[in-house]
Design a protein. Structure first.
Length: 361
């Protein structure tokens, strides 16, 4: 039966269904029934034949998936309607805890999602790990589903067990339109996960320039730090996102902030070999003489010869400037001292002349 269903031969399926020896709900080694295979491939005629023959619509495979869940993944709207009419249970869950609506949300199947909501499936439900339908839609950039959930007034700030929420996922994965939608809905942009990372840091880390610009326009504070002192600038520098680094520096973020181990943005860029970022940081007065807790500077961490040359050149140039400034200061002080001494001598000589010659009025 399974092979014939996979091949999509409905006539052969109907012939087999007439045989008394056929077990319509027989499962293969993965726990899948003929109905599940027909749903997976979208064979509507075979699904109809199997349902008319009394196939069990709520059997779950080895991973807890039902025919309805499989159809939700593959966006088989007509098949889903048939399954629901045959009393398929839309509330059943996989071994990981997802129901059919969450599967539709993950894959962005809007019509299926809308249909399942109309059947009363809980769109606020969270799996054991805290993940919900909104997080899945935001993670994968399914704007229509997000808009529908916003109309249903879902809680935007719900977090999973790692402290991650839907806004973080949309920022992390670069879904600018969704980020804009959530900001308009007054999502809290400062929520941090268990490690202290917020949505802005995710955007900076992954190089999503448009999202960074959008959040800065919305007055997001770029100076927030993780528990260990890490900030958004460090994320951008470590990953070589020069344009984002420049945006942050223009926001007057301090390039010399150090995290708990003493590392700063310049050290991270140097260690990862991001020449343009190192150059930009130096232009914005990053201090290459700052040392980590190990006593090492950005020069010690330099990954490439090009960066080593750049840092050495910068250090020499600024040491010379400091020496010139010190020399000029010394010369100036010496000149003042010399002039002062000359004036004193002249004053003394004038007194002596006046005394010796006895000039009178």
């Amino acid at each position: 039966m399974h092979l014939i269903v996979t091949a999509g031969n409905n006539e052969a399926v109907e012939f087999l269904l007439q045989l008394e020896t056929v077990n319509i709900d027989h499962t293969n080694e993965e726990g899948k029934t003929a109905l599940m295979l027909a749903c997976e491939r979208g064979h509507e005629d075979i699904v109809r034949s199997l349902l008319l023959a009394g196939a069990n619509v709520n059997i779950q495979d080895n991973n807890g998936w039902t025919a309805l869940m499989i159809s939700s993944e593959h966006n088989q709207v007509l098949v889903i309607c048939m399954l629901l009419q045959a009393n398929a249970n839309p509330h059943l869950k996989t071994l990981k805890g997802s129901h059919a609506l969450m599967i539709a949300s993950y894959y962005g199947n809007y019509e299926v999602f809308e249909l399942l909501i109309s059947k009363g499936v809980d769109y606020n439900y969270q799996r054991e790990d805290g993940v919900n339908a909104l997080m899945l839609a935001c993670q994968n950039g399914h704007t229509q589903i997000v808009e529908l959930l916003l109309k249903e007034q879902v809680d935007l700030n719900v977090q999973n067990k790692d402290g991650v929420n839907a806004f973080m996922l949309s920022c992390q994965n670069g879904h600018t339109q969704i980020v804009e939608l959530l900001l308009k809905e007054q999502v809290d942009p400062y929520v941090q996960n268990k490690n202290g990372v917020n949505a802005f840091m995710f955007a900076c880390k992954n190089g999503h320039t448009q999202i960074v610009e959008l959040m800065l326009k919305n007055q997001i504070d770029p100076n927030v730090q993780k528990n260990n002192g890490w900030n958004a600038l460090m994320s951008a520098c470590k990953n070589g996102h020069t344009q984002i680094v420049e945006l942050l520096l223009k926001e007057q973020i301090d390039p010399n902030i150090q995290k708990n181990d003493g590392w700063n943005a310049l050290m991270l860029a140097s260690a990862k070999g991001h020449y343009e970022v190192v150059k930009l940081l130096l232009e914005w007065k990053a201090d290459p003489t700052i040392k980590s807790n190990e006593g090492k500077t950005a020069l010690k961490f330099a990954k490439t010869m090009e960066i080593s040359v750049l840092l050495n050149s910068y250090l020499r140039e600024h040491i010379e400037q400091e020496d010139d400034a010190a020399s000029a200061s010394f010369t100036s002080r010496s000149s003042i001292k010399s002039a002062s001494s000359t004036l004193s001598l002249l004053s003394l000589d004038m007194c002596n002349v006046s005394g010796n010659k006895g000039y009178m009025y």
